[in-house]
Ligand binder design. Structure first.
Ligand SMILES: Cc1cc2nc3c(=O)[nH]c(=O)nc-3n(C[C@H](O)[C@H](O)[C@H](O)COP(=O)(O)OP(=O)(O)OC[C@H]3O[C@@H](n4cnc5c(N)ncnc54)[C@H](O)[C@@H]3O)c2cc1C
Length: 455
């Protein structure tokens, strides 16, 4: 009988390098991705008939994008590649997948999860109006479809992606109205020692900011978003600046995002142990230096374990495969793993710097007006959550979910989970870690009613 395969979930930078290392050991891993092409988030490929050159799509990262795409193409005959395939459930050493309408139960010898990250979203009155996008959504529109979210967008939130997306839009010829950052400049200065772990990345971020300023694009730091205005569509945004003044910006679209959160639902279904990360104010799966989780045979790599960016994801993918191979009894040189671990160290320091410089503004959730929608899928407001936390006595978010339906919809809490936890914690006046995290449930993403398993 053939042995169960090693399965890699995600064909981004981490998954590609993980798969490559497995093939070097003579294995033929299954690599599956819900996307139709490899590349992941940062190196997302344009549709087949689009012809924009790599430099236009990936800017300074074009060389790395071309190298990663080339590496994946070179693997095609040595892996069992399954594009358009969603990993939606996981139980007792079996991964459940969906392609088209076909459900498959796939036992595995080892499972390397590299599902990347999604954005941290902070609700604000008006954020459900047409014309409001996540920064990632705005970027995908530009990268994959060559479309802009509006002709006069404002970008609001915090983190390096805020400046990068504004720069990408402005470079593409869009009249960016303003970049509104909730974090204070002083925090960036304080975070410099950690940020200097990757001087090249730091310099690149500064170049984007300088470019935006040189081109007359307003940048405000230390702002508090108050409301996104509009009747049937976005018409403007009001923020409070750090001196307490209200500022109004006309715009026809808003891109918002507050850094990234690891995509951890499959790790949750694999029963991996989680620990609270005070820096990110978030629960993350526990991994050792090589990506091993507390569940034997399950490994995490890339942003899905810890947000360390694309270069870090490539290294972590290779390292997780080394760990899996070693645990399966293959000979892996310690020197290779030691080099990867030490190359990852500055990535971890830099990640710490980013969290310090651009913190998740959890306090904003605590002050949201009662009528603000927090969970878009189920239309649950901040007030309903507060009632669940106080009147119905829900001490943690899963109980608040049962009472209010927050996080029960299509996104399964990926978008609203962090803000919901902040609201419950603030209502009950307890530290954020005391209210726990929304537990992952299968299916992690919606399945069609036609989904069926072959007999
Ligand atoms: C919205 C967004 C925009 C970003 N933009 C930039 C940028 O412009 N510049 C930059 O330097 N960094 C950017 N980053 C960060 C950068 O993309 C990551 O650091 C890097 O791509 C991490 O690589 P990864 O392989 O861990 O994950 P990813 O590149 O995210 O790849 C994960 C892959 O897993 C697949 N996947 C996820 N869940 C499942 C599932 N359940 N079943 C099947 N497949 C699944 C996804 O389709 C994806 O292809 C961005 C991140 C996000 C979330």
């Amino acid at each position: 009988m053939a042995e169960d395969p090693v399965i890699v979930v995600g064909a981004g930078p981490a998954g590609t390098r993980a798969a490559a290392r497995l093939t070097e050991a003579g294995m033929r891993p299954v690599v599956l991705d819900e996307g139709d092409r490899s590349g992941g988030q940062i190196y997302r490929r344009q549709p087949a008939h689009f012809t924009r050159p790599a430099a236009a799509l990936y800017g300074t990262e074009a060389g790395k994008a071309v190298a990663l795409h080339g590496a994946f193409e070179a693997l095609r005959l040595r892996i069992d590649y399954r594009p358009d395939t969603l990993a939606w459930g996981l139980t007792d050493g079996v991964l459940l997948t969906l392609r088209g309408s076909r459900v498959e139960a796939m036992p595995y010898r080892a499972l390397i999860l590299s599902p990347g990250a999604t954005e941290r979203i902070m609700p604000v009155p008006g954020w459900t109006l047409p014309g409001v996008f996540s920064l990632g959504g705005a970027q995908i529109a530009l990268k994959a479809q060559a479309c802009a979210i509006g002709t006069r967008p404002v970008f609001v939130g915090t983190g390096p992606l805020l400046y990068l997306v504004a720069w990408q839009y402005a470079k593409a010829g869009v009249r960016v109205r303003a970049v509104l950052d909730t974090s204070h400049l002083g925090r960036r200065v304080a975070a410099l020692p950690s940020l200097l772990a990757r001087p090249g990345m730091l310099a690149q971020g500064l170049r984007y900011t300088a470019w935006l300023l040189r081109h007359g694009i307003a940048i405000r730091t230390g702002v508090t978003p108050l409301t996104i205005e509009g009747e049937n569509r976005v018409a403007g945004i009001i923020v409070r600046d750090r001196r307490g003044r209200e500022l109004h910006f006309d715009c026809d679209a808003v891109g918002q995002g507050y850094g990234l959160r690891s995509e951890t639902q499959l790790a949750d279904l694999a029963k991996c142990r989680f620990a609270f990360d005070p820096l990110a104010r978030q629960w993350l799966p526990e991994v050792d230096a090589d990506g091993r989780t507390s569940t034997p045979g399950v490994y995490l790599a890339g942003d899905g374990a810890m947000v360390r960016g694309a270069d870090g994801a490539e290294m972590a993918g290779r390292l997780a495969s080394c760990a899996a191979l070693r645990d399966l009894g293959e000979n892996v040189q310690e020197a290779e793993m030691a080099t990867l671990r030490s190359d990852l160290a500055p990535m971890s320091r830099f990640r710490r710097g980013l969290e310090e410089a651009f913190p998740w503004p959890g306090h904003l959730a605590a002050c949201l007006p009662d009528e603000t929608i927090v969970c878009r899928c189920e239309a649950i407001t901040a007030g309903e959550l507060r009632r669940a936390a106080l009147d119905l006595d829900a001490p943690e978010v899963n109980r608040a979910k049962a009472f209010s339906r927050v996080g029960m919809g299509r996104c399964q809490g990926r978008m609203c989970g962090l803000a919901a936890a902040e609201i419950v914690a603030a209502a009950r006046k307890v530290p954020i870690e005391a209210v726990g995290r929304l537990r992952g449930q299968a299916p992690v993403k919606p399945l069609p009613l036609t989904a069926r398993m072959d007999a």
